[in-house]
Design a protein around this ligand. Structure first.
Ligand code: AMO
Length: 428
């Protein structure tokens, strides 16, 4: 008999025999007649069972045990379940051993740490599962959007021989003879090189940063959506970012309204174009309106971004950052090289993405490496590509985990990552 999922039960199945498989969410023993709620990934179903069915090899079937039920579909009197199954047989695959570390129904609340320690079980909570269904849909929609825009999906190495984002935050390891190796902080150098022949590329992958700080938005391993496109400039790729986010939220709202409401998200489809503030305007605003002691050239601190986020609560870009604050590969503005064709995409105080137009001239790139205290020798393999007819190009990297925080309306990035890695967490 073919397995049906809880959400597939319908009028046409009344009187027919079906089989459902899942876990026991609830048991209500009312003497001669017992009800259990069997839940699977799609939802819950009420099952009427004989008391003897709830014992397997002399052991009582507990909540969360994995079972299969076969029986006839009938109407139910329950307000929550229009149909129920009168069990003809119940097979127990495995008994859940109590006490369990958390209650995945959410009736007994648990700390985020306790939930992460029992993540596989935590995912049986429909609210938590909804986060990861939204994440899955987000990935599907982003992939489709970028492919439609002519981008080719690529996979670049995560074990690399030179820093992609400069010296800080690198995970180093010694394994390869006479050669220091690193875990990739981003696909930056490769995605740029690939524009030479493939024109438009994107990659969705995990990256690694030795972040020492323990915040609600930093992890040591995070997923980034990266794009890079030949013959585009910063404005072009900002346009792609805002269109992507606009389409994504619109599609999620139409396809995943159930999941959005389960996670308590009421995100609106943002209007296009997203507002743009130049870095210099942001600094002036912070000085004048918030009396902050900040000068042009200073980085925007968390505090500064929080103040800006109070005024700009949704998506907006901060553009034209000082060249010195941006990595070596960013292109200086033609009209004033102290500033660059760069941007950060913000959601209120939260940085979601950064990007810009890239330096495509080999000698200027070499000069920028030196200015940033990096050794051009270590970038020899990268620099030589720039002597093979490099096109002008631009791109961005969008933190998927942070984007999911915004979509799911959660404050801690760990909520939207299955098995987060941070200075305090290496398992499960
Ligand atoms: P950047 O370093 O700003 O840019 O990273 C891009 C985006 O990745 C996310 N992010 C993180 N998310 C969680 N934990 C972290 N430790 C973490 N670090 C970064 C953020 C951030 O905006 N190569 C450039 C992008 C480009 O220019 O194309 C880069 O990596 O959402």
């Amino acid at each position: 008999m073919e397995r049906v999922y809880a959400n597939q039960l319908n009028e046409s199945m009344l009187g027919k025999d079906v089989e459902v498989a899942g876990w026991v969410e609830d048991v209500r023993e009312l003497g001669a007649i017992n009800f259990i709620i069997v839940r699977d990934v799609s939802g819950g179903v009420q099952v009427v069972v004989e008391p003897s069915m709830l014992v397997s090899n002399g052991i009582k079937v507990t909540r969360q045990s994995s079972i299969k039920v076969r029986g006839r579909v009938q109407r139910s009197r329950s307000v929550n379940y229009p149909f129920e199954i009168r069990a003809e047989s119940l097979h127990t695959y495995s008994i859940a051993k109590h006490p369990l570390p958390i209650d995945p129904t959410g009736r007994v609340s648990a700390s985020l740490d306790a939930r992460l320690d029992a993540r596989a079980l935590d995912l049986r909570n429909p609210r938590v599962a909804a986060i990861f269904k939204l994440r899955h849909n987000t990935l599907q929609i982003i992939r489709r959007f970028l492919v439609e825009k002519g981008f080719i999906e690529v996979n670049t190495p995560k074990i690399i021989g030179s820093a992609s984002e400069g010296g800080a935050n690198l995970f180093k390891f010694s394994y390869f003879n006479n050669r220091q190796a690193y875990l990739a902080q981003s696909p930056q150098l490769y995605k740029e090189q690939l524009t030479l022949a493939l024109d438009r590329v994107f990659e969705i992958a995990s990256y690694y940063r030795a972040e020492k700080s323990h915040t609600t938005r930093h992890l040591n391993e995070f997923v980034s959506v990266d794009i890079e496109a030949a013959y585009m400039d910063a404005d072009d790729v900002m346009g792609i970012a805002e269109e992507l986010i606009h389409n994504l939220i619109r599609e999620l709202k139409s396809k995943c309204s159930k999941e959005l409401s389960l996670v308590g998200s009421d995100i609106d489809v943002p209007t296009l174009p997203f507002p743009k503030v130049t870095y210099t305007q942001a600094v002036e605003m912070l000085k004048k309106e918030y009396n902050m002691s900040i000068e042009v050239g200073d980085d925007l601190s968390d505090h500064a971004l929080r103040l800006l986020g109070e005024r700009m609560k949704s998506f907006y870009f901060i553009v034209d950052w000082p060249t010195a604050l941006k990595p070596f590969y960013i292109y200086e503005r033609d009209d004033d090289p102290r500033f660059s064709y760069s941007f950060d995409l913000q959601y209120g105080a939260l940085e979601l993405a950064s990007g810009g137009k890239r330096q495509h001239d080999a000698s200027r790139l070499r000069k920028r490496l030196v200015e940033q205290g990096l050794n051009p020798e270590e970038f020899r393999d990268h620099l030589k590509v720039f002597e093979w007819g490099m096109p002008p190009h631009a791109g961005w990297g969008l933190g998927l985990d942070r984007l999911m925080m915004v979509i799911c309306n959660v404050k801690n990035v760990r909520e939207v990552v299955l098995y987060p890695r941070d200075t305090e967490r290496l398992s499960p």
